[in-house]
Ligand binder design. Structure first.
Ligand code: DAH
Length: 368
């Protein structure tokens, strides 16, 4: 009889199921209510099983009643689910809120490599003096790396560089991995009109590997070309750089005659230091430490770039970035620069907030 299935029993079952749904406080409780009513052994499922025991003529009406009851519970479950999901999302969003006015976490992950930091410092110092930035390719041709820089073919000065040669190109010329940043002097003079004032950081390569040499290293080149540039400008510019870079008010600087094919006269620059007690101190003492090479650009180089050396002169300088970074930051071993050791980087690296500036000190180092 249909009456027997639409009995107070079924009403009670539905009422109990609906109240369990309504009082479910979270999605887990709601799922438990669903299983209790509609699961294999759930109250509604059990009531469905009664249908099988009924006579065929009763089954149709009783089935309709139970299905309606089932639909009612399913609809309540669906509605409650939407509400609870909304609440869960809102709770998650409010728990994940970040207060952007709070200070950054004490341990900032990720460090700038000392080479990157040192390049930024050099650019900052020369930028203040009115230099702009120039770059050139790592793979060079013989003309830019040697010939135009006044290293004639077969000149013994070429042997000063342990050059990496690549396979010959269609023209039979062997490209080189640039052995210094000086070829960018040529590229700059051939493409820009004087006055020129550029600073050129970059990678350089020489087939040399021991405690103080790595096959890849970094240099920074400077070039000034104008109509009335002289050795006094060169000295003033480099002395100012040394003081700013090493953050010393006074530092003894010595220009010692030297030789480079692309400059005449040429000099190497030493800074005063003390090595007493095995400790290196810059800016004091009676010892000297070589830090860079420089000179007045050779007239042949100016001519090779299509400029008239009777009209234009200038000066150039070049230095090794690893070397001056080691001196400034007390890094004892060159090879560790390229070990990619995160503990080393944690110790010698820089925070992204350490932005070099002449006002805060070129390291720009802030409390960490
Ligand atoms: N290119 C030279 C080297 O790698 C360094 C150098 C010396 C660059 C004197 C210059 C300079 O511009 O004037 O050894």
């Amino acid at each position: 009889m249909s009456d027997s299935v639409a009995s107070p029993d079924l009403d009670q079952i539905v009422t109990a199921a609906l109240s369990a749904v309504a009082s479910a406080a979270d999605l887990a409780a709601l799922d438990a209510a669903r299983v209790a009513a509609l699961g294999k052994k759930g109250t509604i499922s059990e009531a469905m099983k009664v249908l099988g025991t009924l006579a065929p003529e009763e089954r149709k009406a009783a089935g309709a009643v139970i299905n309606a009851a089932r639909d009612q519970v399913v609809a309540a479950l669906d509605a409650r689910k939407i509400v609870l999901e909304g609440e869960a999302l809102a709770a998650k969003l409010s728990a994940e809120t970040i207060d952007l006015t709070l200070p950054a976490p004490a341990i900032a992950v990720g460090r700038l490599h000392p080479i990157s930091q040192t390049i930024d410092e050099i650019i900052e110092i020369f930028g203040e003096m009115g230099f702009s930035l120039a770059e050139g390719p790592d793979i060079e041709d013989d003309f830019h790396n040697f010939t135009a820089l006044n290293f004639p073919p077969g000149h013994p000065a070429r042997e000063m560089h342990d050059t990496f040669y690549l396979n010959p190109n269609e023209a039979g010329e062997r490209p080189v991995l640039r052995t210094h940043t000086s070829p960018v002097q040529i590229r700059t003079m051939m493409s820009a009109k004087p006055p020129i004032r550029v600073i050129i950081p970059g990678r350089t390569f020489r087939s040399d590997s021991d405690q103080t040499h790595t096959p890849m290293f970094h240099q920074v080149e400077g070039l000034v070309i104008d109509e009335a540039t002289h050795m006094g400008h060169l000295k003033g510019c480099l002395i100012e750089f040394v003081k700013a870079f090493f953050e010393l008010d006074q530092v003894p600087v010595r220009f010692r005659p030297s030789f480079f094919p692309f400059t005449e006269p040429s000099a190497e620059v030493d800074i005063g230091c003390s090595r007493k007690g095995g400790e290196l101190k810059l800016g004091e003492g009676d010892d000297w430490l070589e830090i860079l090479g420089c000179g007045m650009v050779h007239p042949n180089v100016i001519r090779n770039c299509g400029l008239d050396p009777q009209v234009y002169q200038g000066f150039a300088f070049g230095m090794g970035i690893e070397r001056i970074a080691m001196l400034k930051y007390g890094i004892p071993d060159l090879r560790t620069f390229f070990d990619a050791d995160l503990r080393w980087l944690g110790h010698y690296g820089f925070s992204a907030f350490d932005i070099p500036s002449l006002v805060t000190g070129t390291t720009g180092r802030v409390a960490r």
